[in-house]
Design a binder for this molecule. Structure first.
Ligand SMILES: N[C@H](CCC[C@H](N)C(=O)O)C(=O)O
Length: 262
């Protein structure tokens, strides 16, 4: 089968995207997704997404990690999928799509920055001296210093495969507070099983932990190896998080076709 794809990246987190409104790509196998994401034998990406039709929404987002398995929400992926939708002719002032963690709003501003509304977060759990929360995907947050020199792969893999997390996996974020409203985040990503240049749900989780305004509106700048993102949110009276928006660039890199075996 010949497969037509577009390749996108959002602050260096990169994705193969397929228009599946005619359902021609239903039933992709784990092996086929792994091949498409393989950086030597395939196209190469951190993940793959299908844009599907969905009643009552502009589209449905289905996300697969580079290991070939369907996974939970991808923040950078969601932002890239909105830019893809715009580029294939689904042009809206405000997008409403459905993903595995529920409905999402999104907007593209005049500078091409894509803002994605993330799910509400009701709990940040303490874990030893670190933090665990779910922003659409599960995240482990470790605050540290000199994060640009940190052994992200080694230490991230240790936590991800530790007894507590080995079964379901978890994304591991190493976070440095640069200024009151600016942090640096590096992430070992589940399902990629390596550091990615940025991780949208991880950046979001890190920003929520590093709030600068205990009550009310927060606007956190997040520096990653792949570029800059901002996370805006309200911290409520009962220490929950609402109106969470992940904002940043999302660009088409190239498009093409590939012969898919099997
Ligand atoms: N690898 C993650 C999903 C993608 C997260 C990341 N790419 C993002 O932008 O949120 C997981 O399996 O939990």
């Amino acid at each position: 089968m010949e497969l037509f794809f577009q390749k996108y990246q959002g602050t260096g987190n990169d994705f193969v995207i397929l228009d599946n409104r005619d359902e021609r790509y239903n039933g992709l196998t784990i092996e086929q997704v792994r091949f498409l994401c393989n950086r030597r034998f395939g196209i190469g990406a951190d993940g793959l997404m299908l844009l599907n039709n969905a009643n009552g929404y502009d589209f449905e987002m289905k996300y697969y990690n580079a290991d070939g398995r369907e996974s939970t929400m991808c923040g950078n992926g969601g932002r890239c999928l909105v830019k893809f939708a715009y580029n294939i002719g689904l042009k809206k002032d405000k997008y409403n799509f459905i993903a595995i963690d529920g409905p999402h709003e999104a907007e593209i501003d005049d500078d091409g920055i894509v803002s994605l509304k993330m799910k509400d977060v009701d709990a940040v759990k303490d874990y030893h001296s670190d933090f665990i929360l779910d922003t659409g995907s599960p995240h482990y947050i470790k605050l540290t210093h000199n994060v640009w020199d940190y052994e992200v792969y080694k230490k991230g893999k240790e936590i991800r495969y530790s007894n507590t997390f080995a079964k379901d996996g978890i994304n591991v974020n190493f976070v440095e507070q640069k200024n009151n409203d600016e942090i640096i985040v590096r992430t070992y990503e589940r399902g990629v099983e390596d550091e990615t240049l940025s991780c949208g749900t991880g950046v979001t989780a890190s920003a929520l932990v590093c709030y600068h305004n205990e009550r009310g509106f927060n606007d956190v700048t997040v520096l990653t190896r792949g570029g800059k993102l901002t996370v805006e949110f309200d911290r409520t009276d009962d220490d929950t998080y609402r109106n969470i928006w992940l904002c940043g660039p999302a660009e088409k890199v190239f498009e093409g076709s590939v012969q898919l075996k099997g």
